[in-house]
Ligand binder design. Structure first.
Ligand code: DSN
Length: 417
């Protein structure tokens, strides 16, 4: 059968992929949940492993022909166990939300009580927010941050946990710029008999690289995506103590999913191998140093940052004092070649689709090899954009300067002609 390359089989899609590679090359990627998967990860994901069905687990599959897939999945599992120092790893969740949902299915019945951080405080939808299945099928209690400093309000966490006795207590966030104190969460979970679940989707690369404290030994269950600071494919993983292994595996398959995406599993294995290197440790440290450098320079320009700064890969800018909304600013930044997402700030009086802030992160720009000098230039451009929101010529001139800087720092995994 005729088997043409994509350029011939589907020139429209081929051209869009090419344009996307160019866009990813010539713009500064500040979306805190995005990164550039290295070439080896991309090759694993786009390999023949995509063609295989493998419902079940190694040695216990429902399809034959698993001679290679079992080894791929075992390698991914063993590498993650050794990297994070955990008893068990499940690498089959399709992404972070299914990983979290599998945890609910493993331990709760509909209507049971779960506690998590509220979305407007920086939590994730799947930590029990009301529009998510996790907030409508379960009795969800949400904690937040303090009004004065926007840090997690542990007095509130403890009070709510004592009052509602959740079966699961979620910690971890998507827009929280400070370290997560896993010890404090573990103490509260222990007191009320809850299972502590640490969702480290945003920080798993920092944890693996030693740039953020690890939840291992504190949280009995740890969930994560694999594509953010971890630099792997779009996927998910669940790490847990031996005593929860059977429940977690059963909840993922056959509880929630069918066949795992084997190309993704291989990509996770490749990323886990890379995350164990000294080079990756240096990368994780640089992400945080760049994040601090960027935050410091933004503060210098009078930007207000949620919590006043950052300890991790991200920062949330409250634009109220700049007289612009998050959406308008993010759109102007995009026209200037700087890509981020608009984001609610704690106690935001504005609606989520046009909130008061933007979220920025340094995982992707650090993967390009950028350092402190580039962070200063970036913050200066961000200030220029805030002062010239409707000046298209100015935005275009910043975009040209951004492109020039990007040309000097090629991104991993991109083929740009
Ligand atoms: N919502 C994603 C993020 O950007 O953080 C995570 O699911």
């Amino acid at each position: 059968m005729n088997d043409p390359r994509i350029q011939d089989a589907d020139p429209e899609i081929a051209s869009l992929i090419e344009k996307e590679a160019k866009r990813q090359h010539e713009k500064l990627r500040l979306i805190a949940s995005e990164n550039y998967a290295p070439r080896a990860v991309m090759e694993a994901c786009g390999s023949v492993l995509n063609n295989k069905y493998s419902e079940g687990y190694a040695g216990r599959r429902y399809y034959e022909g698993q001679q290679n897939i079992d080894e791929v999945e075992q390698l991914a599992i063993e590498r993650l166990k050794s990297l994070f120092g955990v008893d068990h790893a499940n690498v089959q969740p399709y992404s972070g939300s299914p990983a979290n949902l599998a945890v609910y299915f493993a331990f709760l019945k509909p209507g049971d009580t779960v506690m998590g951080m509220a979305l407007p405080s920086g939590g994730h939808l799947t930590h029990g927010w009301n529009v998510s299945i996790t907030g409508s099928y379960f009795n969800s209690v949400q904690y937040g941050v303090r009004k004065d400093d926007h840090r997690i309000d542990f007095d509130e966490v403890a009070r709510l946990a004592r009052e509602h006795k959740p079966k699961l207590l979620f910690c971890g966030a998507t827009a929280y710029p400070r370290l997560i104190d896993f010890d404090k969460f573990a103490e509260i979970a222990r007191e009320v008999g809850a299972i502590l679940v640490a969702d480290i989707a945003h920080i798993s690369g920092l944890v693996a690289g030693g740039a953020h404290p690890s939840p291992v030994g504190r949280a009995e269950v740890i969930t994560s995506t694999t594509h953010k600071t971890f630099c792997g494919p779009r996927g998910g993983m669940i790490l847990c103590d031996e005593k929860h292994k059977a429940a977690i595996d059963k909840a993922v398959f056959p509880g929630l999913q069918g066949g795992p995406h084997n190309g993704t599993t291989a990509g996770i294995a490749v990323a886990a191998k890379r995350a164990a290197t000294d080079e990756f440790k240096a990368y994780a440290k640089n992400i945080v140093e760049n994040s601090r450098a960027l935050a410091d320079r933004l503060l210098h320009h009078g930007f207000a940052l949620v919590t006043g700064g950052t300890d991790n890969h991200l920062a949330v800018i409250d634009l109220t004092n700049k007289g612009v909304t998050g959406k308008k600013y993010a759109k102007a930044l995009d026209r200037a070649g700087i890509v981020c997402n608009y984001n609610s700030v704690p106690f935001d009086p504005r609606k989520p689709f046009d909130p008061s802030g933007v979220r920025i992160g340094t995982a992707a720009i650090t993967a390009r090899g950028m350092g402190k000098d580039e962070m200063v230039r970036l913050a200066d451009w961000m200030n220029d954009v805030a002062e010239n929101l409707d000046d298209e010529a100015k935005l275009a001139s910043i975009a040209a300067a951004v492109k020039e800087m990007c040309d000097a720092f090629p991104a991993p995994g991109l083929d740009v002609r």
